[in-house]
Every structure is written in structure tokens, then in C-alpha cells.
Design a binder for this molecule. Structure first.
Ligand code: BEZ
Length: 359
């Protein structure tokens, strides 16, 4: 906390006594560089300590973007490709990013002692308020993948007033049924934990294609020094409770939600089902590979992207967005994005909408 508050940069920062404007500028620059490189912190919570890394400079009245990674990954292996993608820079420079590592997943994490009780996904969600309190953020926009998407959804159900938006990638909101358990047990007889986790992260087609990307992740997971910890997070994921989303009911996400699923991803059906339980009236599908762009529209819908930036973007759009057809006649989800791209003035609808992106 102290670290962040000391270097917090405001537009009109007063000079310290005896400080020259040049020295103040230098200090500000040093602080900015430090924050942009990412600073790692740990906080104690009722369920043990949690580590997170903070990038970017605080902006007044803006939520933090808080990410939560999937099983088998950490914040870097899960989110670095997205956050270091060129088009993402104009978005993220406007936000502080708080990247949470699930306990024992941070780089260099010690292996938990035998018998250590790893937190459930619900308890992992209950650790988030400690992080926000430490950083003094009252609201977030959450980006979660797989288990991380579940954790952020659970957090949003418990603390709806603190979540301005959610991007949920490959979410499965359901507890495992007995059929899933039987399949899981059978697979466990013939496959290693790392292969099971790879089967969770990638489709069978991708795995059998054995591309460089697959080889890279297979190598990372198989040789992870904290593989025992990863197995504990994996077990918590498989023991998750049903989120029990109810369309129009009390248990639903109150904030705008962007659902994202990869084509042929192992969780495609689960995400589609999840979409059917959230607000179906303003849901959009995009063609693959449009995650960054969709995220910009999503933020703009919440009033967080400058219209100049959006207009330039919309001009550069390809026909693929305008032709993005709804895959389900009942849910004409191309509405938001195709209208926007044609007119050049983008309006992604009122907050509270759910958008589904396939990539
Ligand atoms: C970020 O800028 O938020 C970021 C940088 C490196 C890895 C992940 C995220």
C-alpha cells in the first residue's frame, strides 16, 4: 500500500519542500517507469496470502482492470500475450492493471506442504476484497479466463456494486455433474495432471496439431516447479459449486458482461449455456480474432473510451464485423457491433448488456 501511495501521480502534484521542478519531474518519471514495469505485492487474507502485480499509473475516478488467470498458468503466461498486443496499448494506458496470481502460482512460488488445504474457488473470490482494500480501489473491470472467470463471477455475485464490467473467457459456471466426474476419473487413469490441464486449456484439435504454441505450454506446465500447487488449484476448479445463474432471477451478473469463447474450445457449450442464463437481448457474436476491438467497444459502452479513438477504429474495421452473423436466430447478436461499424459512431448499448465473442 505504502509503495503505491508514495508514488501515486496526480496532475498537479505539489513540490516537496526544497524540491526543484526538475527533481520533481525526474521523480515522477522514475515512479511512472516503476509502475509501468509492474510491482508485485502480497497481502494476507483469511485464506492465506495472495500475490498480485500492478501495472500503470492510477487515474482518478477509473476502475482498475483486475485479471484472474486459468489453471496451469499464472498472470504472465495467461495475460502477457493479450496485454502486450499492440492494439491493446491505447486501452490499457488508461487503466491501472492488477494481475492476481492464485496462491502458489506466482513465479518462484514454494511448493505447499503436504496436507495444505488449498482455498476453494469461492474462497479465492473472497480474497479479492483484501487486494482492493490494500490498493484503495473501490471498483474494477474484471478479465478472467477459465477458473479465473469463475472466480471473478463469484466475486461479482457477492460484491455487485464493485464490478463495473466483466470479460469472461471460456467460463464454465456449472459444477461438474456425475457424468463429468466419471469422465474425469477415467481420463485420470491414463493421463498425467499436465495432460488433463492441457485438455482444459486447448481443444483436442489444437493438442493433436501440436503447434509451437502447444509445445510451449506443454513444456511450461509439464516442467513447472510448482506442479503440485497447480494440481491443488486444478482440484479446487473441479470441485467448484454451480454459480446458479438465473435469467431474470436474483442470482445474475448485474454489470455488463462480455463472454468470450474460442472456436472449438473445450468450453464452447458451457459458455453458450452461460449466455442463455444472462441477459439475452443485447448479446453479440464477433468473428474470431476481435477480442481487443470488442474490449474497446465494451469499455466505450461504459463511457471509458474516447470517441476519437473509437472512430478511427471503426474506420479500420473489416467487413468481417459487419457481416458477423448471429449463429442463433433467436439471439440477433450482431446488432451492436455491425451497426456501430457502419455509422462510425459507436454505441454499444446501455450498461447491463451481455456480449458474446467467439474467437
Ligand atoms: C500489463 O501491462 O498489464 C501487463 C504487462 C505484462 C504482463 C501482463 C500484463
Amino acid at each position: 500500500m505504502a509503495e503505491l501511495q508514495e508514488v501515486q501521480i496526480t496532475e498537479e502534484k505539489p513540490l516537496l519542500p526544497g524540491q526543484t521542478p526538475e527533481a520533481a519531474k525526474e521523480a515522477e518519471l522514475a515512479a511512472r517507469i516503476l509502475l509501468d514495469q509492474g510491482q508485485t505485492h502480497s497481502v494476507e487474507t483469511p485464506y492465506g496470502s495472495v500475490t498480485f502485480t500492478v501495472y500503470g499509473t492510477p487515474k482518478p475516478k477509473r476502475p482498475a482492470i483486475l485479471t484472474y488467470h486459468d489453471v496451469g498458468l499464472n498472470y504472465k503466461s495467461c495475460f502477457q500475450p493479450l496485454f502486450q498486443f499492440g492494439d491493446m496499448q491505447e486501452i490499457i494506458q488508461n487503466f491501472v492493471r492488477v494481475h492476481v496470481d492464485a496462491p502458489g502460482m506466482e513465479e518462484g512460488a514454494a511448493v505447499f506442504p503436504l496436507g495444505y488445504q488449498y482455498p476453494s474457488l469461492d474462497q479465492l473470490a473472497d480474497m479479492i476484497p483484501c487486494i482492493l482494500q490494500y490498493l484503495n480501489f473501490s471498483t474494477i473491470i474484471g478479465i478472467g479466463v477459465g477458473a479465473g472467470a469463475y472466480i471473478l463471477s463469484r466475486y461479482a455475485l457477492n460484491h455487485p456494486d464493485t464490478v463495473e464490467g466483466l470479460v469472461l473467457i471460456n467460463i464454465d459456471p456449472n459444477a461438474k455433474g456425475w457424468m463429468d466426474w466419471a469422465a474425469h476419473k477415467l481420463t485420470g487413469l491414463t493421463s498425467s495432471i499436465s495432460e488433463m490441464i492441457l485438455g482444459h486449456l486447448f481443444s483436442q484439435e489444437e493438442l493433436s496439431g501440436n503447434s509451437e504454441l502447444i509445445q510451449k505450454y506443454r513444456n511450461i506446465i509439464t516442467h513447472a516447479p510448482n506442479l503440485d500447487n497447480i494440481e491443488l488449484y486444478w482440484n479446487s476448479y473441479n470441485n467448484r459449486r454451480d454459480l446458479n445463474f438465473e435469467r431474470g432471477g436474483d442470482i445474475t451478473l448485474k454489470c455488463p458482461v462480455m463472454l468470450v469463447v474460442g472456436d472449438q474450445a473445450p468450453h464452447e457449450d458451457a459458455v453458450v449455456e452461460c449466455n442463455s442464463k444472462l441477459d439475452p437481448t443485447q448479446t453479440s457474436f464477433l468473428k474470431p480474432g476481435k477480442l481487443t476491438e470488442a474490449f474497446k467497444y465494451f469499455l466505450q459502452g461504459m463511457g471509458y473510451m474516447a470517441s476519437s479513438c473509437m472512430t478511427r477504429l471503426s474506420r479500420s474495421r473489416t467487413a468481417s464485423l459487419t457481416s458477423a452473423a448471429s449463429i442463433d436466430g433467436n439471439r440477433s447478436r450482431s446488432r451492436t457491433l455491425s451497426q456501430s461499424s457502419e455509422s462510425g459512431t459507436l454505441s454499444s448499448g446501455p450498461p447491463g448488456h451481455t456480449m458474446e465473442v467467439s474467437c
